[in-house]
Design a protein around this ligand. Structure first.
Ligand code: COI
Length: 348
């Protein structure tokens, strides 16, 4: 591995009190290229521009996948990476679906460890802070024929972060646009999934909603995800979340919350959820909570759901499952609660 350190760290001039999600980057990045049928040497170098020609394939056909993961600093100043094995597996699952060569384990794991070790100061120990890690792979061959590239670039950048959504989350059920269809790429982190969501999301934003609730492509009757999050409902004292399919992303936070909830004795149902069931549960007084989960947002309560013209305001609960599960998840991530599931790994 080739490591070149930056000569002038930007950390002293970074305003950690006013971090806007995804806008500040740590000093270094990892880069590795795939050429002539194999991944080459890993290089860690100062964060900075990458050169590409206008004919580079990613710019034309969007052949790219990414991950979102987080590292936290505990009281002993150690950096803990949360469930990196799961992100590694999901990155390669996404790569396969997008016809991108898989990243070798040592490139990902050793590269990530070295990068985080070099930029460990960017991971703040303060409560509520973490280091968001963004690994991504894109088609870097120069060719505008509509076919899979033969050259790819793998990069990891990191970004100090606090809250993703600063305020309330009011969502609207989307009945026209679709995030993902059966047989498509909705269950993987293809860059284009997000690009296609921006227009409908902007329209929802203009009406005062932070996000949309995506429904199934065929009938718009079943709930799938909310914005970039997996979605959950507490009906009575059960937690319900849509079962995974090829149009729903298998969130690592989703999986963690299922484990934590079950361990707390909460019944968790993973199944198809009709929009009408949620409306009915609200009308019967059984809809107690709704929340989203994701790496960037952790566990985020949803304040209201609008369906057609009707707005459902979700009551706040004294014994909120969302708040309890968020505390437990973040306690484990920060090394404050026993990591009995072995989710954390120490950066060395
Ligand atoms: C994440 O939660 O890491 C995501 O992928 C959301 C992201 C698009 C910011």
């Amino acid at each position: 591995m080739k490591i070149s350190r930056c000569t002038n760290s930007r950390i002293q001039t970074t305003d950690f009190k006013n971090l806007k999600f995804g806008t500040v980057f740590s000093d270094h990045m990892l880069i590795c290229r795939y050429e002539y049928g194999k991944w080459g040497e890993v290089e860690i170098r100062p964060y900075g521009p990458i050169e590409m020609n206008p004919g580079t394939q990613i710019l034309h056909y969007g052949q790219a996948v990414f991950e979102g993961m987080k590292a936290f600093k505990n009281d002993k100043d150690e950096v803990l990476v949360f469930r990196k094995e799961e992100n590694f597996k999901r990155l390669n699952k996404s790569a396969i679906r997008l016809s991108i060569p898989e990243i070798p384990r040592d490139v990902f794991m050793n590269g990530l460890n070295n990068l985080l070790s070099l930029d460990s100061q960017w991971c703040s120990k303060e409560e509520g802070y973490s280091l968001y890690i963004r690994p991504f792979i894109f088609a870097s061959g120069e060719c505008i024929k509509a076919s899979s590239s033969e050259e790819f670039t793998f990069i990891i950048i990191t970004s100090p972060t606090t809250k993703y959504y600063p305020g309330e989350i009011n969502v609207v059920i989307e009945e026209h646009y679709t995030r993902a269809a059966r047989g498509g790429v909705g269950s993987v982190k293809a860059a284009g999934n997000y690009a296609a969501s921006f227009y409908p999301t902007k329209q929802a934003n203009a009406k005062g909603f932070q996000q949309v609730i995506w429904t199934d492509a065929e009938h718009h009757k079943f709930i799938e995800e909310s914005g970039t999050m997996n979605i959950w409902f507490r009906i009575g004292d059960k937690l319900i979340t849509p079962s995974l399919s090829d149009s729903i992303l298998g969130g690592i936070t989703r999986d963690s919350v299922i484990t934590l909830a079950k361990d707390n004795g909460i019944v968790v149902e993973e199944r198809r959820i009709l929009v009408s069931e949620i409306i009915q549960s609200y009308n019967n007084g059984n809809l107690k909570e709704s929340f989203g989960t994701g790496t960037a947002v952790a566990v985020t309560p949803i304040n209201s759901i609008t369906f057609k013209e009707e707005r459902i305001t979700i009551p706040s609960q004294k014994d909120s499952f969302a708040i309890m599960l968020k505390k437990q998840l973040q306690g484990i991530q920060k090394g404050k609660i026993d990591d009995k599931y072995n989710w954390n790994s120490l950066v060395s």
